[in-house]
Design a protein around this ligand. Structure first.
Ligand code: UDP
Ligand code: MG
Length: 333
């Protein structure tokens, strides 16, 4: 069995805690983030490192991080070869995190306040849990439309997800014990709906409430198109219910068509067919055509994902890796 998650088992030179931070065009906030993070981490009193993943930024974030790494021994930088998206960046960071006891995942834009980290660590050190996730008490600075769509999505996933439960109002901001991270890293699928993967891994977990701040600077990389894609990702990677719905829809329309067809034939036999019946014909053809196209689209969504998975490509490509201090003497990977 692994060592108990609550008693840090730090080996010399190895940090106990890793903080993983995906950063894409965050040059404006990264200094402030690092300042607040190191203040908070110093107060915890465990050896720590922070792994910044530069996700192919175009605003000089990578150069800033490399410069910061030169003067801060706790900083590690993983620079990806291009923009791979937050989910891949997060995975890269988790892959490169050396923390032997726990890993904390946090956004760079200060929407997840680093000041909550001690609460997450405290919850984990109390024992009995592997995951402490930060749950938003409020969503300051977000439009009602964003709030409404987010809440509708969580409700939908709650119904579709089966045994995998997504806690509502929870992002990626969380602390995971080493064994939870190792379990998570075994899931190498390309379509990474992180919230779902976190939930799939299981382990006892606890919510820590906090107030989500508006972005400190810069702009969100999410628009409704990307959020729609993310929701589709969430649904299709975690449930095959839409395929079942498609089957039932097909069965229902087929039954309806059969009954209606029988009635039309019977009517023609009994009373003859004085009118050519163009409107009803058209209605049925269009309805069936529509249902068929929707069903094909649903199958296509799944087929496309199967296609992407079968290619078996790596999730990200590392351009440059600058490890945190104790490892600087070792050859870079
Ligand atoms: N991010 C990333 N790659 C991307 C988009 C975003 O690494 O392609 C990072 C970003 O730098 C931030 C975090 O993911 O640290 C969350 O992004 P954002 O603030 O845009 O999302 P939101 O907070 O609106 O959900
Ligand atoms: Mg943000």
């Amino acid at each position: 069995m692994q060592a108990a998650t609550t008693s840090p088992t730090t080996r010399p030179g190895q940090p106990s805690l890793s903080v993983v931070v995906p950063a894409y065009n965050e040059a404006e906030v990264i200094h402030e983030f690092q300042r607040r993070l190191s203040l908070v981490m110093a107060g915890i009193g465990l050896p720590w490192e922070v792994v910044y993943v530069d996700d192919g930024s175009s605003d000089g974030t990578a150069e800033l991080l490399a410069a910061m790494q030169a003067s801060h021994p706790q900083i590690a930088v993983v620079a990806l070869s291009r923009n791979f998206g937050k989910e891949a960046a997060l995975t890269a960071g988790l892959d490169h995190a050396c923390g032997s006891d726990a890993v904390i995942v946090i956004d760079a834009d200060l929407q997840d306040p680093p000041e909550v980290i001690p609460d997450l660590v405290a919850a984990w050190r109390e024992g009995g849990i592997d995951v402490a996730y930060a749950q938003r008490r409020s969503r300051a600075g977000e439009t009602w439309l964003k709030k409404a769509t987010a809440s509708a999505f969580y409700r939908l996933m709650q119904r579709l997800g089966g045994p995998v439960r997504l806690p509502p109002d929870t992002g990626d901001f969380r602390l995971m014990s080493r064994r939870a991270v190792d379990a998570l890293l075994q899931l190498r699928e390309r379509h990474r709906f992180m919230k779902g993967l976190f939930a799939w891994v299981g382990f006892p977990s606890r919510a820590v409430l906090y107030d989500r701040a508006p972005r400190a600077a810069g702009t969100t990389k999410w628009n409704y198109r990307r959020l729609w894609a993310l929701s589709l990702e969430g649904i299709t990677s975690f449930t095959t219910l839409p395929l079942k719905v498609a089957t039932w829809l097909g069965l229902a329309t087929a039954t309806g068509a059969l009954v209606y067809g029988g009635w039309v034939v019977a009517k023609a036999l009994l009373y003859g067919d004085p009118v050519p019946g163009y409107p009803s014909l058209m209605t049925v053809v269009l309805l069936l055509g529509g249902v068929q196209l929707i069903t094909l689209g649903v199958i296509g969504e799944y087929l496309g994902r199967i296609f992407n998975e079968t290619k078996g490509r790596p999730l990200y490509v590392v351009g440059r890796h600058l490890p945190s201090s104790p490892y600087r003497s070792l050859p870079a990977e």
